[in-house]
Design a protein around this ligand. Sequence first.
Ligand code: DGL
Length: 277
Amino acid sequence: MQRTTIGVFDSGFGGLTVLRALLPLIPDAHYIYLGDTARLPYGAKSQATIARYAVESARFLAARGADLLVIACNTATALALPEITAAAPIPVIGVVQPGAQAAAQALTLLSEPLALGPEPYVLVLATAATVASHAYRSACAELGLHATEKACPLLVPLVEEGWIDHPVTRDVLRIYLTEALATCNPQAIILGCTHYPLLASEIADTLRNLHSTALIIDSAHATAQAVAAALNMTSQPTSTTATFECFATDSVEKFQRLGNLFLHQPLIDVQLLDLGG
Ligand code: DGL
């Protein structure tokens, strides 16, 4: 039996946090990763532009042989999932729904000791475009969760600079989280951007310093679980070692250097891809 080919798409390197979460859960797949690094960041662009870019990438991955497509980018999922799903002739899984579901599940499990009000409360940290779309707020509302969304536009460039455990990043986190916690008292915080799982321990420290006991929900991990659940229904493991093809629409050297930070393993075979302007 042929192994399953999973296409993973992101605006850049950040989706490698989703790939990293997929590998231990589905180690027998062939992965095709596409980072649209030439057109990154998506988080500050309009819906029409994000949809156009994401559809081009989805079509490429489907034509390359993907059996299933993971939209690892929160911004592309939030703004263009219907367009991507309509354009791709294969099943598509985005990150927003699994992230909201993971928060709902965590809060249901812990609802007794954490209950602070009539309905469970969630804070979503994301890019400006994701926040403006209110995709997380809608997904949370469908699950009975009340969500406040906070745009954190400085975090993506800080992570890409490698400034993870860095005083500037800690200051920025303190400012964003202080502002957000002045408006709500969440029981869970969804990391609604591919880059934020790299800051999970700094976010946890900042929350502790601000006397918040909110749980941190990593939508990358929740998405990997949703993909594993979807594949268990349709396929059998055929091998135990994942194989990769990686494509970047800009510098291969930069993709390999930053990719290592996100994937925690070297990316040897990265090919340059021209998707046009
Ligand atoms: N991948 C994007 C996301 O998860 C972050 C980077 C960007 O703005 O393109 O929202």
